[in-house]
Design a protein. Structure first.
Length: 105
């Protein structure tokens, strides 16, 4: 599993709101049976916009999405089967969002 790859969310209860999840756990810890992920939600579905620092935006397949860093979670590695692409090109924004969530700096 590659750092910052995003996957189709296979959870039937949440995949409409969060169609993708981003793996933010370093590959050094690939031996663990879980991964830390951040959900992505379509900006089209949002009634309000989220602050940019903890919720960076990105375009996937022509649609705008926001990373909901404040909803970071752990998932089983078994759920990460359908890699759709990578957000490594916005690595700095993702790490800054996580840092902002923890330190507010």
């Amino acid at each position: 599993m590659a750092h910052f790859d995003y996957y189709a969310n296979t959870d039937k209860d949440t995949n409409t709101t969060y169609p993708f999840i981003v793996d933010v756990q370093d590959a050094l810890l690939d031996g663990l049976n879980s991964r830390v992920v951040i959900p992505l939600t379509s900006l089209f579905n949002l009634e309000k916009s989220y602050p940019k620092n903890p919720c960076p935006e990105n375009t996937i397949e022509g649609k705008k999405y926001s990373l909901l860093t404040h909803q970071m979670a752990r998932v089983s590695t078994r759920t990460l089967n359908n890699c759709e692409g990578s957000l490594a090109h916005i690595r700095n924004e993702i790490i800054s969002a996580i840092d902002f969530l923890i330190t507010a700096i």
